[in-house]
Design a protein around this ligand. Structure first.
Ligand SMILES: [Zn+2]
Length: 479
């Protein structure tokens, strides 16, 4: 097996990846905060995580990967927006209503981008995980790294940074930290690094859970960072293999996750590989509502693009680099993807006697070309070089292998690429009308009635299909 190299934010270098356990590869992805539609920048993160998950499955076996993704369904933003949207409801049902609506839309988006569902999806507001978070807060306080202040619990960053490296993901300078200055917000800039909140004391109109800490009653809700530490440990144990997220999660979210887990779970490093995808720019600018360039899956669809085209677009730029989105670029990707589908359709051979085989791929393992497969693995295992993998696919199409061998090899590659090639080329339902015309035309051809056969060819072409007659029969291609 070829070695897999991934860029690790911890070491700031490409490293050879080997799983900690023999029987499992553990992957944790910071999932969405479900208070709004996911924009295409968010979706880039999940497309990247899906490529990584597929590459891990391709390398280590389909059943060895345990991919966990959380849903943040309780935090500052979900609570804020649930109050705005459902002002007449009680706070907890309003929160559940808002977050389940947006979570539903999120999974629809995932499916449209052909992102396979993670093995385990964890919800932060689930009572089971709330208890796990409370346990972790207790452990941190017991060890002397957490303290209570006005009903909330904070993490003592100053104390932690005295004997641990705080800020290693972003090379943070912590020399100016003041003791006991705390920040309650989940998100803040690195200039404002302070003691962050582990557990937020109840505010009158907010959803809350009971929490007893050292005989002190502290009703409230979890801070954002504690959610991922507790859910990651609950599902994958400590330490685990890989944690992914967007570049903006490096600080403070992931940095705080590391600090909490090191203290609470008593590990040297909670995660072996931290992998981050870079920002998406739109027309060279940061995306944001105020720039009116905040695009969602719905926007792509309204402009006539299949969301899968965006997945193909994302393959052109390595996940670790900034990617610039333009509508012209998306259009070029659409043309590129359609061209690819047409190239692969050319490889299907439909002989007179084989038409019933339409819809069934051969899938024979021995018909996958080993040389191209090796080249393909070399590309994806070089820190997910998807554009190079696509180049290997093109090389395979243009090679002098048999059509069948090409097709089988390409369908094998698509397990990683996720471009739905098989569905696109086979499952386009050929209508009964076309099927009847094909059958009639075959009959005329057998009878060598060329004028009738030509007439039917024209009819089929009018319905949007190309007809090619070869020595082993007729081939139908959707135009
Ligand atoms: Zn997270």
């Amino acid at each position: 097996m070829r070695k897999l190299y991934l860029y690790n934010t911890l070491s700031k270098s490409k490293e050879e990846f080997n799983p900690i356990k023999d029987d499992q590869v553990g992957l944790y992805t910071c999932g969405p905060t479900v208070y709004n539609y996911a924009h295409i920048g968010n979706l880039r993160s999940y497309i990247f995580a899906d490529f990584l998950a597929r590459v891990l499955r391709y390398n280590f076996g389909q059943n060895r990967l345990l991919w966990v993704m959380n849903i943040t369904d309780v935090d500052d933003k979900t609570i804020r927006d649930s109050k705005i949207k459902y002002p007449d409801m009680d706070s907890m049902p309003a929160l559940k209503k808002l977050t389940s609506e947006y979570e539903g839309i999120f999974w629809q988006d995932m499916e449209k981008m052909n992102i396979l569902k993670p093995n385990k999806v964890t919800h932060a507001a689930d009572d089971y995980y709330i208890l796990k978070m409370q346990d972790l807060v207790k452990k941190i306080v017991e060890k002397g790294y957490g303290y209570v202040k006005e009903g909330s619990v904070y993490f003592n960053v100053k104390k932690y940074s005295n004997n641990h490296s705080y800020g290693k993901l972003i090379n943070l300078d912590v020399s100016n930290l003041k003791l006991g200055v705390s920040v309650e917000a989940d998100e803040y800039e690195k200039e404002n690094v302070q003691d962050f909140v582990l557990w937020k004391g109840r505010k009158s109109d907010e959803p809350f859970w009971e929490f007893l800490l050292n005989n002190e009653s502290l009703p409230g809700r979890p801070g954002w960072h504690i959610e991922c530490s507790a859910m990651g440990e609950a599902e994958l144990g400590m330490p685990f293999d890989i944690h992914t997220g967007g570049i903006d999660l490096k600080f403070p979210h992931h940095e705080n996750e590391i600090a909490q887990s090191i203290i609470g779970y008593n590990v040297a490093e909670p995660v072996n590989f931290w992998i981050h995808n870079d920002h998406l720019l739109v027309d060279g600018q940061r995306m944001g509502k105020r720039f009116k360039n905040f695009y969602t899956t719905k926007d792509l669809e309204e402009k006539g693009f299949k969301p899968l085209v965006y997945r193909f677009y994302c393959m052109q730029t390595n996940y670790g680099k900034q990617m610039n989105f333009t509508w012209e670029g998306l259009k070029a990707s659409q043309e590129g993807l359609n061209h690819l589908y047409n190239q692969v359709k050319e490889l299907i051979e439909v002989s007179d006697n084989q038409r019933e085989n339409l819809g069934v791929s051969d899938g024979s393992f021995d018909l996958i070309n080993k040389d191209f497969k090796n080249e393909f693995i070399e590309s994806i295992n070089d820190d997910l070089n998807m554009s190079k993998a696509l180049a290997v696919l093109q090389k395979t199409i243009k090679s002098n292998l048999s059509k069948k061998e090409k097709l089988n090899t390409i369908l094998d590659f698509d397990k990683v690429l996720g471009l739905d090639i098989e569905k696109e080329i086979y499952n386009q339902p050929i209508s009964d009308e076309i099927n009847d015309l094909i059958k009639q035309r075959e009959k005329f051809r057998r009878e060598k009635n060329w004028s009738e056969s030509d007439r039917l060819r024209e009819e089929i072409e009018k319905l949007g299909y190309g007809v090619e007659d070869g020595k082993d029969g007729m081939r139908i291609i959707k135009k």
